[in-house]
Design a protein around this ligand. Structure first.
Ligand code: ATP
Ligand code: LTN
Length: 331
């Protein structure tokens, strides 16, 4: 039987957080044996908000190195930089022609980000989810492992696949989101009603995958909790709830068991132990990262091979789509 197809990506729009790791990358690792996987550093998406070119360049290689340090294996998966596979953009133009302005205007991420940049609102931010749909549909993707915040974009990708299939005949697979129940939405350590985000202006709100031990301990200690003072899992204590979620995913232990361990103990003990759990978890990733990021030749070989393989697959789908919409092949 043919393997099912997986696609996912992270934007090189800053340093990756524990939220990106738990919500996305960590879940990709275990898919590699069972699925035909494609993982991309989605730099075309990153320029929908202002970027300093030198930083974008640096972040792109950093994200790639984090992928590899986390355990993505170029022998098993195609790992590539989005702009090296321009077919995504060609498909995205065609999908734009069947996308409704109204639906794009209702995307939560667009609404949030456009408010932040009102005076200089760019068109790419608006059509961003169409490019994301192209990323996914061009590989005939069955499954898209993402965090909770991407659910709406995935719904759009599904709509576009359906709409195209109905208008031009069966072409695209309608993809399913793969959202892990635990850790789908890691919250900010400073405001547990907001998601942990790499673009947060308060650096105490997030833990970076590459943060050192002391920084991790300091940030966890400063995490906002409440005055109730009991380690328990309830909506009235969103800060503690978030910390328990992180603890549980990283140790693979049920929340109830962890809550029991802290019966009669305060937040100090709990946070102290959690900081060590996080630091121990990230340390080997950071060590591998330090090795990989130095090896530019290796990084180049990974993204070059990844893009070559991805392009072969992408071209096939693109030609099919072009034929269906009435474009004449050159030869
Ligand atoms: P930004 O905050 O700059 O908008 P981001 O941190 O959301 O970006 P993305 O590149 O947009 O990062 O997301 C990459 C992946 O990480 C997506 O699958 C997304 O769902 C997941 N993700 C991001 N933040 C979290 C979080 N706080 N909890 C769980 N998953 C997350
Ligand atoms: N929109 C995503 C990043 C992204 C993506 C994708 C995720 C771009 N293309 C395709 C999954 C599949 C984000 O902002 N997290």
């Amino acid at each position: 039987m043919e393997k099912q197809i997986v696609f996912s990506g992270v934007q090189p729009s800053g340093n990756l957080t524990l939220g990106n790791y738990i919500g996305a990358i960590k879940n990709w690792i275990k898919l590699q044996d069972e699925y035909d996987c494609n993982f991309s550093v989605v730099n075309l998406h990153a320029i929908t908000v202002p970027q300093v070119p030198a930083n974008l360049r640096k972040n792109t290689l950093e994200v790639l190195a984090i992928y590899l340090a986390a355990g993505l294996d170029p022998e098993k998966s195609d790992i590539f930089i989005q702009s090296h596979v321009p077919e995504h953009l060609e498909l995205s133009w065609i999908l734009n022609s069947i996308s409704y302005m109204g639906q794009l205007g209702r995307m939560t991420q667009y609404k949030e980000k456009s408010q932040k940049s009102e005076e200089n609102l760019n068109a790419a931010l608006f059509t961003y989810p169409v490019l994301m749909a192209a990323d996914i549909l061009i590989y005939g993707t069955d499954l898209v492992p993402v965090g909770e915040d991407q659910k709406q974009h995935l719904e759009l990708a599904r709509d576009l696949a359906d709409r195209f299939n109905n208008k031009y005949s069966e072409t695209f697979v309608v993809p399913e989101p793969l959202i892990q129940k635990e850790g789908a939405r890691i919250m900010s350590l400073q405001d547990p009603t907001k998601k942990m985000s790499k673009s947060d202006e308060n650096e105490n709100g997030y833990i970076l995958i590459l943060d050192d031990r002391d920084t991790i301990i300091r940030k966890v200690k400063r995490a906002v909790t409440d005055s109730i003072g009991i380690v328990q899992y309830t909506d009235e204590q969103p800060g503690v709830k978030n910390l328990l979620n992180i603890y549980s995913v990283l140790t693979d232990r049920p929340v109830e068991e962890i809550v029991k361990d802290y019966e009669g103990k305060g937040y100090g003990d709990f946070k102290g132990d959690l900081a060590i759990v996080i630091a121990d978890y990230l340390e080997p990733v950071r060590d591998r990262y330090e090795e990989i990021i130095k090896d530019k030749e290796y990084l180049e070989s990974v993204y070059k091979t990844g893009a070559e393989n991805a392009r072969k697959k992408a071209r096939k789908m693109l030609s099919k789509v072009q034929r269906k919409v009435g474009f004449i092949p050159m030869i």
